[in-house]
Design a protein around this ligand. Structure first.
Ligand code: AMP
Ligand code: MN
Ligand code: MN
Length: 336
């Protein structure tokens, strides 16, 4: 994967996007597959701001099993969502959110190929610039930061619902302002959004402080088999575990409930790199990787067909966990 963008967004690109959006009657929005808080928050927040200005907005994401993760069902604006099968066949203006490559659009990738204009809004340094105009800012903590500026440039309003969506992207991608992405700009944006009337405590509880009971035994199973390999990751240490379909089945626990397992595993002092392999209902293993800074996990995941950020990245695998880890180990070399 080529990292092509380290520069701030050019003024001409902002102006072109503002013009395209002002001229569009029915923009079609899309975010990356298995949407997280930033992908869905950016898309729905922007969609709501446009809808309130009288635009006919369609929004979707390209998962075969189309469903909003339980964690994100509190987000306003879900009435804008349509299944991928109902997406406009050849959108005259399509806008993507938090997707670093065309492939990350899943089932919606062919529509992006046919769009009249394709505006790409993102903050991944690895963004492949697959659109016709790009608002890609790798210094932004979340895609919702780019969206906030765009809403301002369009002269649209950030009401409480829009703010809730944008704030959700900000808190999820900064890990509640704990990661290095929690810049002064990110905190300043949070202040503006809270002033719009949203409730940070309610959002935090929805995102991190609730689970069905079945999560606890599944977490217990994952933690029971966790492995620490101190000499891996160039001597900085690797800690890893997995969560299989078979772990979840007896508890009826949906796949999207296990997203938080990585946040428990990555706290281990003895390892720079943490990895959790999660088997979805189709049998694909989605691999979450985190680094404390000594190893660039986006490089390692990129080499295995995925991508992400230096300290948080992922990829998919059809192999069993032991074999996937065996492929990953030699790629976990020092950063820089
Ligand atoms: P996750 O572990 O699912 O929270 O993902 C962490 C980060 O890795 C996300 O912010 C994405 O940028 C990136 N990522 C995860 N899975 C993939 C993938 N299959 N391809 C590209 N990037 C990914
Ligand atoms: Mn994302
Ligand atoms: Mn993001």
């Amino acid at each position: 994967m080529t990292a092509t963008n380290g520069a701030p967004i050019a003024e001409a690109d902002w102006e072109q996007v503002v013009e395209l959006i002002r001229g569009a009657g029915s923009p079609a929005l899309a975010c990356h597959v298995s949407p997280d808080g930033d992908a869905l928050g950016a898309m729905l927040g922007f969609g709501l701001a446009l809808a309130r200005a009288g635009k006919k907005v369609t929004a979707s994401f390209g998962d075969r099993a189309f469903s909003v993760p339980r964690l994100l069902r509190f987000l306003p604006g879900q009435e804008l969502l349509v299944e991928p099968s109902a997406y406009p066949a050849e959108p005259s203006l399509m806008i993507t959110f938090d997707a670093s490559t065309m492939e990350r659009l899943g089932l919606l990738a062919p529509y992006a190929g046919k769009a009249g204009e394709l505006v790409v809004i993102d903050h991944h340094v690895s963004n492949t610039r697959f659109g016709s105009v790009h608002l890609v800012d790798p210094s932004a903590a979340a895609t919702t930061m780019v969206v906030e500026e765009l809403i301002g440039r369009l002269g649209l309003t950030i009401d409480r619902d829009v703010a809730t969506c944008l704030y959700t992207g900000l808190v999820t991608d900064t890990g509640s302002f704990r990661h290095s992405a929690a810049t002064p700009a990110a905190h300043a944006m949070a202040g503006r959004l809270i002033a719009a009337g949203l409730h940070p405590a309610e959002i935090a509880r929805e995102l991190w402080d609730r689970s069905p009971f079945g999560y606890l035994p599944v977490l217990g199973a994952a933690l029971g088999r966790v492995r620490l390999e101190p000499s891996e990751a160039a001597g900085h240490g690797l800690v890893w575990t997995y969560v299989s379909r078979a772990d979840r089945a007896p508890h009826g626990l949906p796949y999207d409930e296990v997203e938080g397992v990585i946040d428990v595993v990555r706290r281990v002092d003895e390892a720079d790199v943490a990895v959790v392999l999660k088997e979805d209902d189709e049998g694909t293993w989605n691999v979450s990787t985190r680094s404390k800074g000594a190893v660039d996990v986006s490089r390692a995941c990129g080499a295995l067909g995925g991508g992400g950020h230096a300290r948080a990245a992922g990829f998919s695998s059809s192999l069993p966990p032991e074999e996937t880890i065996a492929a990953l180990r030699p790629l976990l070399t020092g950063a820089g």
